[in-house]
Every structure is written in structure tokens, then in C-alpha cells.
Design a protein around this ligand. Structure first.
Ligand code: PMP
Length: 287
């Protein structure tokens, strides 16, 4: 079945979907994006994702390409046209098309909007969660506005590629003080011996993950305590459990860090219970 993409007001065959060569996303990574999970026929936490998109756009003074109210309709339509019931919907907004110049384009230049949707295999994710993932650590080398969900992801690309080459599935960035910031495409968590969830405060050093935010609600429901504080690689290695969170991985157990096992090297039970309870708590918008 041919895939369909939404590109600047048109639904086009995915294979032929294209933006102009002078799109500022292409030339300057001058754009932002969101990824929402699609599960059981619902778009997960869409209002929160659109709220964060609005913040990213306003931090960079990029105009909404269509009104915020129209966005869910477009996302739903792309999901529907691609028959996705499990997978993800991706959207990207850039500052638009203009003759290459570092300065912002003339006022009134429309921002660009691309939306795609892709199916995923739920069994593959479940299998991964049952096995847990391995991570490596890499020095933090990104700019200090990673709270903006920008498409400028080169350090993340390099870190995740390095992880893959080391037989791992994610990389954690570590700041100059030896403290974990976040993953290449996920937030980082540990669970202490006392059963307390620990994750870095969502200041400018990390992206405020939507899954992270919803996991606060899940933890409250399960009666688990969360501490927002910095933690080191050493503390993570000695923790009872470690996990990552993102829209596409939910809560995914980490079983090894730089080749050293976390606890007994098996997925932790608290992480799996967070994962299990997630969809009961997350907001589900019909796709
Ligand atoms: N941090 C980074 C750097 C990410 O790329 C992502 C995934 N987009 C996250 C955290 C997790 O965010 P979310 O839960 O909204 O997917």
C-alpha cells in the first residue's frame, strides 16, 4: 500500500514527497519537530506534543504553518491515509523557503509543514522491552538550548551511531561534571535502592520529554516517588534499575551501561510496571 505524506497543504505519494532545496530546514536545520506515538488506533498525548511544538516555535520565532487547532486534523488524516494503528506520526515545521541567508526571511514567508506516519511492529518493541537495552555514554557536546526540539540533531546522530557500533541501542550524554543529561533521543532515569525514581530536572540541559511528563502522572498513580535531580554514571551503574523514556519507547529498561550490568543485568520490575500502566494514564486522541 503506497504511503502518503502531507507537504505544505498537499497529500502526496511518500516516494515523491519533497521540499524546496532552499527550505531553511534543509540549509540551516532551522526548524523543529515532534514525534507522537500511535498505539491501539490512538495518537498518544497529542495535546502535550502540540503544546511543546508551540513552545519550540515561539522560542525560535517561527510562525505556526497552520493554526494549532488545525494540526490535529492533519495529523489524524495522515495517520488515517497510511492505515497506521501502531506506529508513529512525525511532523516538522521549518522557517520556510527563502534565498539562502543567515538572517530570517522576509516577514510573511510561510513556514513549511511536513507530516508523515509510519507503522511499527508492537511485538518487536515488546521483545526489546523484555530483553532491555544496552547503552553507552558519550561526552555532552550539544548547544545549551536542547530544550527546543530542533531538527539540528547531528551530535545525537553521531552518538547513536557510536552506540550502534558498540552493540548498544542508545547513548547517554554526560556533562562536564560526570552527570547524565539525557539520551540521544530519550530521557534518562534511574531507580534507587529505595525505589525512588530519579531524573534530571527539565531545565535547558535536556528536552522536557512528553513521555517523561506523563510518567510523572503514571508514577503518582502507582504511588512511586520521583526526585528531579542530577545523577552520575557511577550512580546509574549502581542503581536498582535504569530506563529511558520517549514517545516511541515508552519506559524501556536499560540493562547495561558501557558494558557494565545495571543490578542483575535484567529489566527491572518497576520499569516494567511503569510501562504497563502507561496507556491507562496517557491521553489518547482518536486517530
Ligand atoms: N530527549 C531527546 C534528545 C529526544 O530526542 C527525545 C525524543 N524526541 C526525548 C528526550 C524524549 O521526548 P518524548 O518523550 O517527548 O518523545
Amino acid at each position: 500500500m503506497p504511503r502518503i505524506a502531507y507537504v505544505n497543504g498537499r497529500y502526496v505519494a511518500h516516494a515523491d514527497a519533497a521540499v524546496h532545496i532552499e527550505d531553511r530546514g534543509y540549509q540551516f536545520a532551522d526548524g523543529v519537530y515532534e514525534v507522537c506515538e500511535v498505539a491501539r488506533g490512538f495518537i498518544v498525548d497529542m495535546p502535550r506534543h502540540l503544546g511543546r511544538l508551540g513552545r519550540s516555535l515561539s522560542e525560535l520565532s517561527i510562525a505556526w504553518p497552520v493554526s494549532r487547532g488545525v494540526m490535529p486534523l492533519l495529523m489524524r488524516e495522515v495517520v488515517r491515509r497510511n492505515h497506521v494503528t501502531t506506529g508513529l506520526v512525525y511532523l516538522q515545521v521549518t522557517r520556510g523557503v527563502a534565498s539562502r541567508d543567515f538572517l530570517f526571511p522576509p516577514a510573511g514567508t510561510p513556514s513549511s509543514l511536513v507530516i508523515t506516519a509510519r507503522k511499527a511492529d508492537p511485538a518487536a518493541q515488546a521483545k526489546r522491552a523484555a530483553a532491555g537495552i544496552r547503552i553507552i555514554t558519550v561526552p555532552e557536546n550539544r548547544w545549551d538550548r536542547v530544550d527546543i526540539k530542533s531538527v539540528g540533531l547531528l551530535p545525537n546522530v553521531l552518538a547513536k551511531q557510536k552506540a550502534k557500533e558498540a552493540g548498544a541501542q542508545e547513548a547517554w550524554f554526560v556533562d562536564a561534571d560526570g552527570m547524565v543529561t539525557e539520551g540521544g533521543s530519550s530521557n534518562a532515569w534511574i531507580i534507587t535502592m529505595d525505589g525512588v525514581l530519579v531524573t534530571r530536572p527539565a531545565e535547558h540541559g535536556i528536552l522536557r520529554g512528553i513521555t517523561r511528563t506523563t510518567l510523572f502522572d503514571v508514577a503518582a498513580k502507582l504511588g512511586l516517588r520521583i526526585e528531579e535531580r542530577h545523577f552520575s554514571v557511577a550512580e546509574a551503574k549502581a542503581a536498582r534499575e535504569a530506563f529511558i523514556s520517549s514517545a516511541t519507547t515508552i519506559a524501556m529498561p536499560v540493562v547495561a551501561i558501557d558494558g557494565d550490568p545495571v543490578a542483575n543485568g535484567h529489566p527491572g520490575s518497576v520499569t516494567l510496571s511503569l510501562r504497563q500502566a502507561f496507556f491507562d494514564v496517557a491521553e489518547k486522541s482518536p486517530a
